[in-house]
Design a protein around this ligand. Structure first.
Ligand SMILES: [Zn+2]
Length: 178
């Protein structure tokens, strides 16, 4: 009997629990949550671990909307065999790899296992839409159904960042010039 695959799932569940995944989220992928009880983060580190169902964070008005574009672009690269977010092909191992890869690439982004879980669910049930190409960077991007738009939130965030840098430099120059 091959026990390896089981251990692989168990390890992924334990790691996700220690990263702050909610028990109800793990339960969607791994039925035996009782065995991993001691591993759930008792002291969740920061607000991102409290992420719940809902997609207000990816409205254009949210400063975190750009992280949804990063999620989508990473997802299509990692899981090109599952464009419909089918739950049979997106299990505990995929959730684990998706979260850890995202955090490796963008360690300073506010992102959690829980947010990724709910985002995948929303993508699957088409609560969130995909536009094929941003007018600015030509890449596909996701948007909330209330926000019909032509430019992705990542381009908007970059623009916002460079504007605030310019402003800071202007203030510095003024201060230096007296
Ligand atoms: Zn763009």
């Amino acid at each position: 009997m091959n026990v390896l695959p089981k251990v692989k799932y168990l390890n992924a569940a334990i790691e996700l629990a220690s990263y702050g995944a909610q028990k109800s989220v793990i339960a969607c992928y791994y039925s035996n949550t009782a065995t991993i009880n001691p591993h759930f983060a008792s002291d969740p580190r920061g607000p991102e671990y409290k992420h719940r169902d809902g997609n207000a964070w990816l409205r254009s008005s949210s400063p975190l909307a750009y992280t949804a574009d990063r999620l989508y672009r990473l997802y299509t690269r990692m899981f090109s065999d599952n464009p419909s977010f089918c739950s049979r092909k997106f299990g505990i191992l995929e959730l684990h790899d998706f979260f850890t890869t995202y955090k490796m690439l963008y360690p300073r982004d506010i992102m959690s296992v829980n947010r990724i879980h709910y985002w995948v669910k929303d993508m699957r049930s088409e609560q969130v839409f995909v536009a094929p190409s941003c007018k600015c960077c030509n890449q596909p991007f996701v948007f909330h159904p209330y926000d019909i738009k032509k430019v992705c939130n990542l381009c908007v965030a970059i623009e916002r960042e460079s504007l605030s840098l310019k402003e800071k430099n202007n203030i510095k120059q003024k201060a230096v010039g007296g």
